[in-house]
Structures are given as structure tokens and as C-alpha cells.
Design a binder for this molecule. Structure first.
Ligand code: BTN
Length: 149
């Protein structure tokens, strides 16, 4: 009995502890990033695929910015609470495409944050300009309208 008590204590902690830190990070919703761009991700389907829209705050062109469609997928929807994901934005107002890849985290304050890297492929007229056609960067997204607990 004396030996069973610490064992039961450790077992119950092991069962209960994950629920403290595992608030699930959910991609669906409205997000803003460090450049001031906003995006909306619609509900994910059973395969973890999603669609949405992206309103960039910046452009490498002189074109007027328009809201553009995005399509992506999340890895293994139900297995982990902080999933990896990727999405593509097909810009409506330029010849470019951006692919984002990232992971959805819950930070130590319980706030969801999307840590991403992106590749922006712009159109160039000739193969000799290929070397300068792709930009790379990072973006950090936080929720525009944080969810209630
Ligand atoms: C273009 O300028 O041809 C299209 C818009 C590109 C916007 C880029 S995508 C990566 C970075 N993150 C943003 O939110 N906007 C810029």
C-alpha cells in the first residue's frame, strides 16, 4: 500500500498533465501577420484540406492589391495538437504564387501562433532571369479575433 501511493500519484499526473498544455491549435479562423497581412481559413475537411482567402499588406509589384484565394492542407488532423500545414496563395493581381509551410503552436500564454516560412515565385520573362525570381521569408501569424476559452 505504501509503495502503491507514489505510483498512483505519478500515474494520475501523467494522465492529467497533458490536458494542461494541450489546448489544440486550430487553423480555421481569421489571422494577421507581422507585415499586417490578413487571411481567413475556412473549415477543414476530413482529409485536413482547407481553402481560404489572403489579403496581403505588401506587394513586390505596382499592381493594386486584391484579396486572393488560398488552398492548403494540415498534416494528420487528429493526431497532434500542434500540427504542421502548408498552403498556396495564387495571387489574383500578379503573376506570382506563394507557398507557405508552417506549424500551428500554442504559446506559453495559451495563444495560438502560426510560425511559417514562404517562397514567393514571381514571373520572369526569360530563363536567364530565373535566378532572381524567388524570394524567401518568414511570417508569424496570430489570431485577429482570439477564440473564447
Ligand atoms: C506579389 O507581390 O506578386 C504578390 C503578393 C506577395 C505578398 C508576399 S507573400 C509573402 C509575404 N507575406 C505576406 O503577407 N505578403 C508577402
Amino acid at each position: 500500500m505504501v509503495q502503491a501511493t507514489p505510483f498512483l500519484l505519478v500515474l494520475s499526473l501523467a494522465l492529467v498533465a497533458p490536458s494542461f498544455s494541450s489546448r489544440k491549435c486550430v487553423l480555421t479562423g481569421h489571422w494577421t501577420n507581422d507585415l499586417g497581412s490578413n487571411m481567413t481559413i475556412k473549415a477543414l475537411n476530413a482529409k485536413g484540406e482547407f481553402a481560404g482567402s489572403y489579403h496581403t499588406a505588401v506587394t513586390v509589384t505596382t499592381n493594386e492589391i486584391q484579396v486572393s484565394p488560398l488552398q492548403g492542407s494540415q498534416h494528420h488532423t487528429n493526431e497532434k495538437s500542434q500540427s504542421t500545414f502548408g498552403f498556396t496563395v495564387n495571387w489574383s493581381f500578379s503573376d506570382a504564387i506563394t507557398v507557405f509551410t508552417g506549424q500551428c503552436f500554442v504559446d506559453k500564454e495559451g495563444k495560438e501562433v502560426l510560425k511559417t516560412m514562404w517562397l514567393l515565385r514571381s514571373h520572369v520573362d526569360t530563363i536567364k532571369d530565373d535566378w532572381k525570381a524567388t524570394r524567401v521569408g518568414i511570417n508569424i501569424f496570430t489570431r485577429l479575433r482570439p477564440q473564447k476559452e
